[in-house]
Design a protein around this ligand. Sequence first.
Ligand code: BGC
Length: 353
Amino acid sequence: MRKRILSMVLATFMVASLLVGCGGGAGSANKVGVAMPTKDLQRWNQDGANMKEKLEAAGYTVDLQYASNDIATQVSQIENMINSGCSMLVIASIDGDSLGTVLELAKESGIPVIAYDRLIMNSDAVSYYATFDNYMVGTLQGQYIKDTLDLDNAEGPFNIELTTGDPGDNNARFFFGGAMDVLQPYIDSGKLVVKSGQTTFEEVATANWATDAAQARMDAIIAANYSDGTTLHACMCSNDSTALGVANSLEANYTGEWPIITGQDCDIASVKNILAGKQSMSIFKDTRTLASKVVEMVDAIMKGGEAPVNDTKTYDNGTGIIPSFLCEPVFADINNYKELLIDSGYYTEDQLQ
Ligand code: BGC
């Protein structure tokens, strides 16, 4: 921790001297590199666009890059950001464990790093972490299933299947852990039954959070367990891209009563599915809130101060606790989506048609 504070002080000092050297005006000392994982998922496009807009409004130049979910591409984009004079890096990693070497370079160059949404693991170059409360995302999903099936009172048993995200994404373990902390007692008591028998993180993970991978896995689960008319009551899916895969599979292979399906991100395709009764809920993580918070962090560090944080105990990246700011997620469903998504200006009605 002491080493981290020292390196943060050193990085801040170096950024401050760069700013003084340039008179604090435009130029490379004012440039922030923003590395995003992929354009394939709607949320990262929104995150990137929001970050760029807000950073520019605060007077910074922005180098925004997307890496098509390819680790080598992301590493070389970050290398370029460092070599082209970015004085701060904001990174949503593809694989949290693959950036150690390139970030050594950032550290040697005195460039502070903020891990965006996903924690970067095993690197002491990470100064701060900004995200949504990932464990809470999972508990909200578990709680939704618990409440909707009325697990404490209904007789059951109910059949459930579980789908989570990419093993290289530290968040996935928090989402899955949070959901299972709510659901596991009911699995243990037999009120919830996982007919596929797949209940460990490794068994239910989805590489790259890919829709087609989640769909293919669900095809096999339905063929083996639910093609004889057995009812599937709930599908705990950790996010919208996996929920979409599960819903596609059900549509093609399953004729029983439609199950509860959870998700996360409120991607347009999933909100449309909520309106069509094909997905029950999604977690709303307002990317505008996260982007604003990260811009506040960038600005504070650039001005030689400390970034705002509200959690200094949850996120250890293997080199120590990373001071974090956790935004609060909420759930959206058919009953509250209007207020959360339309009235707040996140989407227009037309986008959801
Ligand atoms: C994010 C989720 C997203 C998932 C897939 C996670 O790290 O927190 O919002 O759905 O990645 O991109």
